[in-house]
Ligand binder design. Structure first.
Ligand code: ZN
Ligand code: ZN
Length: 366
């Protein structure tokens, strides 16, 4: 803190400067070094913070008196310089001073509406190809009876909590910070005769029917944000957003991995040994794949471009066919079939068990 500049020096005022001198000196510096006008200029940002800090102390009679006596040591221990986390709030102080801040400053009228979430369940195909869905969203909308004023006659009285300012001041560190008043939600006024339809809130429950275009390729967890389709704000505040959260139902045959679709087909031992052709139905069409003689279980056939369109590009994934061995249940086999298998096993030199026992059991109940 030893290197810290003197606050009077920072603002460029005399030690006996009047509060209005201090205010106007700070105002000039803040306008000059305001971050909105000095983007990407760290030096200006430093100057801006420095002058804000000096002003915060020198504009407060009590803090100024302490500073005059003890200098920078008057500051609270452990607090070094400007805490950037309160920077946003601090721009409110500036805003109060001379209405700076532009678009960054929150509208002083009304409070923004809440964001809403809608859980949308889609079939596998709907997610793959996209579609238009109609959804019904319950939300708060501006009350038609009172046009959102919340009052029967439009009569408003100043809020007592904030004295009609709409903002209340809190002290944070050695900064004074303004926040919207919790009782009037920043309006500065409250309703003296509440509207009977909305009970003074200015909004009532409505069900809104919306058409939502679901793009091809969405997947579980994808969030589609519809700007301004959330709840209406209070007293002219901006509306919130609506988030449509996608949940994709599982498919009975297909499994999705990114934009690829996986499917398993079962073939018999003889089909794998001798080769065969198999009909495969992808999301897009049906085609016949040639399974060459000697194909092993676990082999994959890749049908290029027969998967799902990537949500963010024109790329389309593949349809991947996994080959599995179909093993018949012994109790479903005819005696002749069993006999052939036994012969095959003996021909291949394989030691098999159970087949003869099984046929005896089968004959017993046959
Ligand atoms: Zn109303
Ligand atoms: Zn208030």
């Amino acid at each position: 803190m030893a290197s810290k500049r003197d606050y009077y020096e920072v603002l460029g005022v005399a030690r006996d400067a009047s509060p209005s001198d201090i205010k106007s000196a700070y105002r000039k510096l803040a306008v000059k070094f305001h971050p909105d006008r000095n983007q990407g200029n760290p030096e200006a940002e430093e100057k801006f913070k420095e002058s804000a800090e000096a002003y915060a102390v020198l504009s407060d009679a009590e803090k100024r008196a302490r500073y005059d006596r003890f200098g920078h040591q008057a500051e609270q221990p452990g607090f070094s310089g400007f805490d950037p986390s309160i920077f946003g709030d601090f721009s409110d102080v500036l805003g109060d001073l001379f209405g700076l801040g532009g678009g960054r400053r929150r509208s002083s009228r009304g409070t923004p509406g809440a964001d809403l979430r809608y859980d949308l369940s889609l079939t596998f195909e709907e997610a793959a190809f996209g579609r238009e869905v109609e959804i019904r969203v319950p939300r708060l909308e501006t009350c038609e009876t009172c046009s959102g004023s919340g009052s029967k006659t439009g009569q408003l009285v100043p809020c007592r909590t904030c004295g009609g300012q709409g903002r209340v001041r809190y002290t944070q560190g050695f900064f004074s910070v303004a926040r919207p008043c919790p009782d009037c939600a920043g309006d500065g006024k409250i309703v003296s005769d509440p509207c009977s339809d909305c009970r003074g809130d200015g909004r009532t429950e409505h069900e809104r029917d919306l058409k939502v275009t679901i793009p091809a390729g969405v997947d579980t967890g994808i969030r589609l944000r519809l700007r301004g389709e959330g709840e209406h704000g209070r007293r002219g505040g901006p509306p919130g957003d609506l988030d449509v959260l996608i949940q994709v139902e599982p498919h009975e045959r297909f499994e999705r991995q990114g934009s690829d679709v996986h499917e398993q087909i079962e073939l018999s031992y003889s089909q794998l040994v001798l080769g065969t052709s198999a009909k495969v139905e992808s999301l897009h069409d049906e085609e016949t794949i040639k399974v060459p003689p000697g194909t092993s279980p676990g082999h994959e056939f890749r049908l290029r471009g027969k998967g799902i369109k990537d949500l963010n590009s024109h790329h389309r994934g593949d349809h991947i066919v996994h080959v599995a061995l179909r093993v018949p249940r012994p109790k479903d086999l005819e005696e002749e079939h069993l006999e052939l298998l036994r012969k095959l096993a003996s021909f291949e030199g394989d030691n098999v068990e159970g087949a003869s026992v099984l046929s005896k059991v089968k004959n017993l109940f046959g």
